[in-house]
Design a protein around this ligand. Structure first.
Ligand code: SF4
Ligand code: SF4
Length: 370
């Protein structure tokens, strides 16, 4: 007995695949599947999050629709993945946000931006629509200490929720093996994640629309991921400048925080935009329609965050600075607050699945038998 219909369907599919094994060279999922004869809910959550959704096995499969076996691994695993995000969410009372993710994130973003716009206008209406230059220009609209506390609290809250969710995922998918997490496994998983090793359809590329594989999704994903990391690095360096060197934002065009943030912002907008277009064009059989809005709203939020940051950078010395700063801060705050209850979770769960796979690959025999 399985907890949901999607898990029962994934079990049926893995049982068919385990007899067939035609796809064992495509990705990590099939070798991991072959280490199991029965599929508990935790095993299926692990396999679903190990799947990168490249779509290759759908096109290679002689049992995919319209065959009566109706084997559609990418779509079924997309459903199981989405359910796993909600199952391990913390606090559990907020797990329903995954089911209404598109609406929840849109409302959070709109409310957050409106509150910043209204807050700035009420704090000092004249300054809100005036131009400001020089060190500390942003803090005319919102004191730095208020900004630091608000975003620090949102970030720490999001990290705590993500960490507890990840720990629950690991515990539940680890019931049989009790695998110790070593530095070697973390390193191997980091290498596989950094180059998206299993999004390549076994070497031929990722399927998106039609039957011609390519590397576009890998490329856009890299731009998005590394763009996000550079933006985060820019924020960390700016914090060091502020507290360590006593230098206040905004910083010069050739300063390290601006350079990191500019390159990261361009990467984020380009990568997330490419993923958005790819998602909209993707063959319906490869996507789970019920969770599609969560994917779309996530990349849209990343684009909004990166795009609003770049626009603020360009127009920061004009009277548009106040409204643009409010929109950017509103987008960033909404991103932080909704992070543990949306698609962002996929990165953490997939990394955990890669760690488990690295451990299993190094251990001969059935999973959990040692
Ligand atoms: S997806 Fe199809 S071809 Fe591939 S292993 Fe499963 S049943 Fe076999
Ligand atoms: S990663 Fe690609 S080949 Fe592997 S199970 Fe997922 S969709 Fe199929």
């Amino acid at each position: 007995m399985h907890g949901t219909n999607a898990l029962a369907e994934a079990d049926r599919m893995m049982t068919v695949c385990n007899s067939c094994r035609y796809c064992e060279g495509l990705c990590a999922v099939f070798p991991a599947m072959e280490k199991r004869r029965i599929f508990a809910d935790g095993d299926l959550d692990y396999l679903a999050n190990l799947c990168h959704g490249c779509g290759a096995c759908y096109y290679d499969c002689q049992f995919s629709p319209p065959h009566e076996f109706n084997v559609d691994v990418p779509r079924t695993f997309a459903r199981v993945r989405a359910e796993s995000y909600a199952r391990y969410a913390w606090p559990g009372a907020l797990s329903s946000l995954f089911a209404r993710n598109g609406r929840a994130v849109s409302i959070a973003a709109a409310v957050s931006m409106i509150l910043f716009l209204a807050g700035f206008a009420l704090f000092d209406g004249r300054s809100f629509l005036s131009s400001h230059e020089g060190a500390g220009a942003f803090y005319v609209l919102m004191p730095h200490v208020a900004m630091a506390w608000l975003f620090g609290a949102a970030f720490v809250g999001a990290l705590a929720a993500l960490w507890v969710g990840l720990a629950k995922f690991w515990r539940y998918t680890d019931e049989r093996s009790k695998m110790p997490v070593t530095a070697g496994l973390l390193l191997q998983a980091a290498r596989d994640a950094a180059r998206l090793r299993y999004l390549d359809g076994g070497g031929s590329g990722c399927m998106n629309e039609g039957e011609r594989p390519d590397d576009r999704r890998v490329l856009f994903h890299h731009f998005t991921f590394y763009g996000f990391l550079l933006c985060f690095a820019a924020t960390c360096v700016a914090t060091l400048y502020h507290y360590g060197l006593g230098r206040e934002a905004p910083y010069a065009w050739d300063s390290l925080p601006v350079l990191l943030g500019s390159v990261g912002g361009v990467g984020l907008v380009f990568g997330a935009g490419g993923l958005l277009v790819a998602k909209l064009r993707r063959t319906p059989e490869l996507q789970e329609q019920e969770t599609r809005s969560m994917d779309l709203v996530f990349v849209a939020m990343l684009m909004l965050t990166g795009g609003s940051g770049l626009t603020l950078l360009v127009f920061r010395a004009t009277p548009a600075m106040g409204p643009l700063l409010a929109i950017h801060l509103g987008a960033v705050l909404a991103l932080f607050v909704t992070m543990p209850y949306g698609k962002f979770v996929h990165g953490l769960f997939r990394f955990a699945a890669l760690v488990r796979y690295a451990g299993e690959a190094a251990t001969p025999g059935e999973a959990g038998s040692s």
